[in-house]
Design a binder for this molecule. Structure first.
Ligand SMILES: NC(=O)c1ccc[n+]([C@@H]2O[C@H](COP(=O)([O-])OP(=O)(O)OC[C@H]3O[C@@H](n4cnc5c(N)ncnc54)[C@H](O)[C@@H]3O)[C@@H](O)[C@H]2O)c1
Length: 254
């Protein structure tokens, strides 16, 4: 029960990584506020979890007022906030730079960068009121590596590492730790979408190419990311802040 007596708020809770992580947080004793844009998927997830341990709030992470209301809903429901996981994200579109859809680029940056920054802006006062806490931003292997035709996504996932480093420096004295979790290739809707977007030729060899480039020789499962988040949210990670934590089967090692 590594998260006993902790209140955790997670965005993107209805997605592959978020829903698995949320289930694990509950299993580790936390009270969990599930936040996502997709109200139906949120309700479905909440229905399978103990009602006294979870709450739901619909949020658009790109919107300031929506983030503020999300944090307030968490504090109203559970009386505090100890852990915030800024996990909502989008893959955007694959394209050569000359064909970049600028609106789509702005959308990726709004969800993947503006989202975590706004969420943290409103989470921090609640964490300070609780005497400290832990913030985890879901970055990516794409946050430490380049990938041709993936400029929007990789730019956004690099950017939040900068966010994390600034805030680790800024919030350490307040007892708030800030880290990124960087999943590598995870078997999921998002990874299939990226593969298909590269077109049939790349897509046909995508799985083999990714597997070959990953030392453990396989994709990760969406349930393999939550345990690292759980550790960083827990008191076991009391000396861990300002870190980039890979969960990628070694994909970024080479
Ligand atoms: N799947 C992977 O292989 C992989 C690898 C590395 C990093 N990541 C990152 O992990 C995180 C979760 O990814 P996932 O695979 O679970 O993706 P997913 O698409 O299954 O889940 C993302 C969730 O974010 C929500 N969301 C999107 N826009 C939102 C908005 N404006 N406001 C609130 N919620 C919004 C979606 O509704 C969805 O439930 C993302 O940040 C992603 O970039 C995923």
């Amino acid at each position: 029960m590594r998260l006993q007596d902790k209140v955790i708020l997670i965005t993107g809770a209805a997605g592959a990584i978020g829903s698995n992580a949320a289930r694990q947080f509950v299993a580790e004793g936390a009270q969990v506020m599930l936040a996502d844009l997709d109200a139906d998927a949120l309700a479905q997830l909440a229905a399978e979890l103990p009602a006294d341990r979870v709450g739901t709030v619909t949020v658009d992470v790109t919107d300031a007022a929506s983030n503020e209301a999300m944090v307030q809903a968490c504090v109203d429901r559970f009386g505090a906030l100890h852990g915030f996981v800024a996990n909502a994200g989008t893959e955007g579109r694959v394209s050569p730079i000359e064909e970049l859809d600028i609106d789509a680029f702005d959308r990726v940056m709004a969800i993947n960068v503006r989202g975590p920054v706004l969420g943290i802006k409103y989470a921090v006062p609640a964490m300070k009121a609780a005497g400290g806490g832990s913030i985890v931003i879901t970055s990516s292997g794409a946050g430490v590596k380049g990938a041709a035709q993936m400029t929007p996504y990789n730019t956004s996932k690099h950017a939040v590492i900068g966010t994390m480093r600034c805030l680790a420096l800024e919030l350490g004295a307040a007892g708030i730790r800030v880290n990124t979790v960087n999943p590598g290739p995870i078997k999921s809707r998002m990874m299939s979408s990226i593969s298909e977007d590269f077109g049939p030729e790349v897509s046909a060899n995508f799985e083999a190419a990714v597997t070959a480039a990953t030392p453990v020789g396989r994709f990760g499962g969406p349930e393999e990311v939550g345990p690292l988040m759980t550790f960083l949210l827990s008191d076991e990670a009391s000396y861990c802040t300002g870190g980039v934590y890979m969960v990628d089967g070694g994909n970024s090692a080479g």
